[in-house]
Design a protein around this ligand. Structure first.
Ligand code: AMP
Length: 589
């Protein structure tokens, strides 16, 4: 089998590695550096420049230097795009584009330039062609973001054999030399832009993800932004950011820093000073935001913190002592810092590359899907087909029917998210499946969801009567900003109660819609055979249901439905008796 390299395509830095004599090894560029800044500079003439030299152009030609492009992968224009020093463009709703002087590019094209450099560095170091790769993404990347990453690889001339989640990759790096062990571990991954927490079980070489959670808008950048906002020095923002980052890094080992600015404007020489205590005061509320995600992952894995054997730290921001203290308190143990926080993800990708090429044996990776997938059903409810934290690859399906008689097609609205009502989740795509006209409830449409090993969704819908089917690609960019991701996760916790209430109401209303005309019909038919009191009681329960529907509150409607059910027992029995008699008549005639 030919070589499969592993690539960590990071927001800030990217790395590439290959298996060498059974060991994962990261590859250095021609300057001897393993970390390549994920920055591309577009000079007025000539080829784009990638990496360290490009990074130096950020302050010189900010409008022509693209960084943090990972944030724009798989995104549409017109959302709140966050502050970057270069321009972004695109009609609202269309895929977002990156605009540098004289050029308009897709985020994938920019990422492809970074990947191309990594590929050529590896080819130079290894002396062979590199054609196949494993690329990592944050566990919380949605379908569109994964598809965009895959396409970036293809544009760079790579066959992307697998997309894997960053914290899972880090677990592979941690566990490679412990294949005989059985352990439950958490990987706490706090980088520049994103936070991921994954809980895994390692058992005889099987790496099974039990739960994953996170936030694609939480990381070291937020601490930098808070420091920039608090900085009162009369210097430009880019310089404040440089100072903030420098100070933050040094304060991981020092108690206070004073950074002089000898060439600052004005006669007075300026000094940026910051203490660790000041930094921590700014950082505490940001780091605390990781807490709910960790608790949710533990709950999903059905584990108490004490049941974990290790909590592994990865991501540059976990070098901060405050982060380590936070993890120690939350999980009740000292975190494991055996992994190089910048390199563990790339090492894990390299191991997975080795698994796919056959260079690594006895390792099996079972990952999960981070968000639930489903379709919209009657009453605007989310019908989950694949729940979050399901092990991938996975295939699951369900039968659906028509809500109205004579319907000729069904609208399949594919959704991702954790909310009970369809409208609160993200729409990944929609399509019409035509079927043969049928009375209400008679059509049979099978909808199958398949999530491949890359976490990418494929949807198939089939009219079981005609066999007509439609395979749908839901790969297009979706309207999901990082803020929306965070909001979705926060909201699903926050609105859990209301959501359940909404679902109960919608379901109770569907029942009432069915019950009311049915009871009315029966009363008109045979109501006169009931006693006056029984009839009056049914009438009263009917109007209770009507007013509960009107009032729009879930529990009273549920109770009113149940009371109507109860009150119509006699009526129902009478109806059945009638029906039986009617069916006997022809036989006795
Ligand atoms: P990553 O995305 O994993 O490369 O993490 C990058 C983040 O880690 C950035 O926000 C960096 O500022 C931060 N970082 C890197 N080194 C340190 C350090 N020594 N102390 C604190 N933060 C750091």
């Amino acid at each position: 089998m030919s070589l499969v390299v592993g690539i960590d395509l990071g927001t800030t830095n990217s790395l590439i590695g290959a298996m060498d004599a059974g060991f994962p090894v990261l590859i250095a560029d021609d300057q001897g550096e393993r970390l390549t800044p994920s920055v591309v500079h577009f000079p007025g003439t000539g080829e784009p420049i990638v990496g360290r030299s490009a990074s130096r152009m950020r302050s010189v030609e900010p409008a022509a230097t693209v960084y943090s492009v990972k944030r724009f992968m798989g995104r549409r224009a017109g959302e709140q795009e966050g502050a970057v020093d270069y321009a972004t463009a695109g009609e609202p709703g269309a895929p977002l584009r990156i605009r540098v002087p004289g050029r308009d590019l897709e985020p994938e094209e920019v990422s492809a330039l970074i990947l191309r450099k990594l590929k050529s560095d590896a080819e130079r170091a290894l002396g062979i062609a590199v054609e196949r790769a494993v690329i990592t993404v944050p566990a919380y990347f949605n379908d569109a973001q994964r598809q965009a990453t895959k396409r970036a690889g293809e544009l760079a001339g790579l066959t992307v054999e697998r997309i894997i989640n960053e914290p899972t990759a880090a677990a592979l790096a941690y566990g490679l030399d412990k294949l005989g062990d059985r352990a439950k571990i958490a990987v706490f991954d706090l980088g520049g832009g994103t936070f991921d927490i994954s809980i895994l079980e390692l058992n005889a070489g099987v790496f099974q993800v039990l739960a994953t959670n996170g936030n694609t808008q939480l990381g070291g950048d937020d601490i930098d932004a808070a420091l920039v906002a608090a900085c009162t020095l009369p210097v430009p923002v880019w310089q404040k950011r440089d100072l903030a980052v420098q100070a933050k890094h040094r304060l991981s080992v020092e108690d206070s820093v004073e950074i002089p600015l000898p060439f600052a404007a004005g006669a007075e020489s300026l000094v940026y000073s910051l203490t660790r205590a000041e930094l921590e005061a700014v950082a505490v509320p940001i780091i605390q935001r990781a807490r709910a995600h960790c608790l949710r992952a533990l709950a999903d894995a059905h584990l108490a913190p004490a049941e974990l054997d290790q909590v592994i730290l990865v991501g540059g921001q976990t070098r901060m002592p405050l982060v380590r203290k936070f993890v120690a308190e939350l999980f009740g143990r000292e975190p494991n810092t055996s992994q190089n926080p910048d390199e563990a993800v790339a090492i894990g990708a390299t191991i997975q590359g080795g698994v796919l090429s056959g260079a690594v044996q006895n390792v099996v990776l079972l990952d999960v899907t981070p968000l639930s997938l489903g379709i919209e059903t009657f009453g605007g409810l989310m019908n989950v087909i694949i729940p979050r934290n399901s092990t991938i690859p996975i295939k699951a399906g369900e039968m659906f029917t028509n809500a109205v008689s004579g319907q000729e097609s069904m609208l399949i609205n594919v959704l991702q998210g954790e909310r009970e009502l369809a409208r609160d989740n993200w729409k990944l795509g929609e399509f019409q499946l035509p079927f043969e006209r049928a009375p209400k409830g008679q059509a049979r449409v099978g909808v199958q969801f398949e999530i491949d090993a890359n976490g990418i969704l494929h949807v198939l819908a089939r009219d079981t009567k005609t066999g007509r089917e439609q395979v749908v690609d839901v790969s297009s960019a979706i309207d999901v900003s990082d803020e929306a991701v965070e909001k979705m996760l926060g909201d699903s916790l926050e609105h859990a109660f209301e959501d359940v209430n909404d679902r109960i109401f919608v379901e109770a209303k569907l029942k009432a819609d069915e019950l009311l005309p049915m009871v009315r019909r029966a009363l008109a038919q045979i109501g006169n055979e009931l006693g006056f009191e029984e009839r009056a009681s049914i009438e009263a329960r009917l109007s209770d249901v009507e007013s509960a529907v009107e009032a729009g509150s879930a529990q009273p409607l549920k109770r009113a439905n149940a009371a109507l059910d109860e009150a119509t027992q006699g009526l129902a029995a009478l109806l059945i008796e009638r029906a039986l008699k009617a069916s006997e008549r022809p036989a006795s005639a």
